[in-house]
Design a protein around this ligand. Structure first.
Ligand SMILES: Cc1cc2nc3c(=O)[nH]c(=O)nc-3n(C[C@H](O)[C@H](O)[C@H](O)COP(=O)(O)OP(=O)(O)OC[C@H]3O[C@@H](n4cnc5c(N)ncnc54)[C@H](O)[C@@H]3O)c2cc1C
Ligand code: FES
Length: 262
């Protein structure tokens, strides 16, 4: 699989809250070859601080060679990204990692929590491209509060899939966790669940799927330095008894391959 390093012009900056931002970047080579679940490494600094690129899921791609990332400010790198201006250039490397394996012949259940919503838009788009309509597909999105979900809802609604939401504070949809919604519904026979979100959420999704014998793919995070298998900083124990490197073997795994400590 090819990877590219591109000088990407920032064509749009969307600020959804003080912490949540979406950038649209012009990087045609990466956009052309990216698959849902893959990520890019972005140099967030002009000088040397922070030295290392930061990983971000590809939120969606669009015709004309654009990709989007959706992110939250948590530290220095994301703080710098939140202040880039339209017209500036960023060094973007990707697409990296292994993405989701979509099966267009069975119902798809997409579960995104918090920033785990980021790769779900690309996945929902690809799913609807492969499978024009499906009354059995389902998109479940969870967040702490309405303001984190509301700006993204129209993007998800365009696929004409059933969409359910959950918020920790009850300001939108189910009052509670998105895993409670997943647990409460009767999942269609033969479906596959695709999930991304905080570790406890994905552990919960894995348990629900395991109990019902439903296959589940998860996209996991790990602290990353190189993003391409050179530093071994992203290792994570796997059920096989060895370590897996999230940047190379993931970030998407069959949930059953991983050890869930929660
Ligand atoms: C494959 C992959 C995809 C990702 N996709 C997204 C995305 O779509 N949107 C998004 O907002 N973030 C995403 N992340 C997380 C993002 O990379 C980190 O938030 C970012 O690197 C933080 O950089 P910083 O310099 O702002 O913070 P730092 O100063 O590096 O760290 C600030 C705090 O965040 C913690 N942190 C840093 N990286 C991670 C991580 N990977 N997981 C958990 N905690 C971390 C640190 O321990 C520290 O407490 C992804 C991570 C990976 C590995
Ligand atoms: S981040 Fe360096 S090996 Fe995975």
């Amino acid at each position: 699989m090819s990877q590219f390093q591109e000088k990407a012009t920032v064509v749009r900056v969307e600020r959804f809250s003080d912490e949540n931002f979406r950038l649209t970047l012009d990087c045609p080579l990466i956009a052309e070859s990216a698959k849902p679940g893959q990520f890019v490494m972005i140099r967030t600094s002009v000088g040397k601080d922070p030295l290392l690129r930061r990983p971000f899921s590809i939120h969606q791609t669009s015709r004309g060679g654009k990709i989007q990332i959706y992110f939250k400010v948590v530290g220095r790198g994301t703080h710098i990204l939140a202040h880039v201006k339209e017209g500036e250039e960023l060094s973007v490397f990707g697409p990296l990692g292994k993405g989701f394996r979509l099966n267009p012949h069975v119902p798809a259940i997409l579960v995104g929590g918090g920033l785990g919503i980021a790769p779900m838009l690309f996945l929902a788009k690809e799913n609807s491209r492969l499978k024009k309509s499906s009354s059995e597909d389902l998109i479940l999105l969870g967040a702490r509060e309405k303001s984190e979900l509301a700006p993204l809802l129209d993007d998800f609604r365009q696929f004409n899939r059933k969409l359910l939401t959950a918020t920790d504070d009850g300001s939108l949809g189910h009052h509670g966790f998105v895993t409670e919604v997943l647990q409460s519904i009767e999942l269609p026979p033969g479906c596959i669940v695709y999930a991304c979100g905080p570790e406890p959420m994905m552990a919960g999704v894995n348990k629900i799927c395991r109990d019902q014998g439903i296959p589940c793919q998860v996209s996991v995070e790990s602290v990353m330095a190189c993003g391409m298998g050179a530093c071994l900083g992203c290792s994570r124990p796997a059920k096989s008894g060895t370590y897996t490197h999230v940047c190379l073997h993931g970030p998407v795994y069959d949930a059953e391959e991983l050890i869930w400590n929660i």
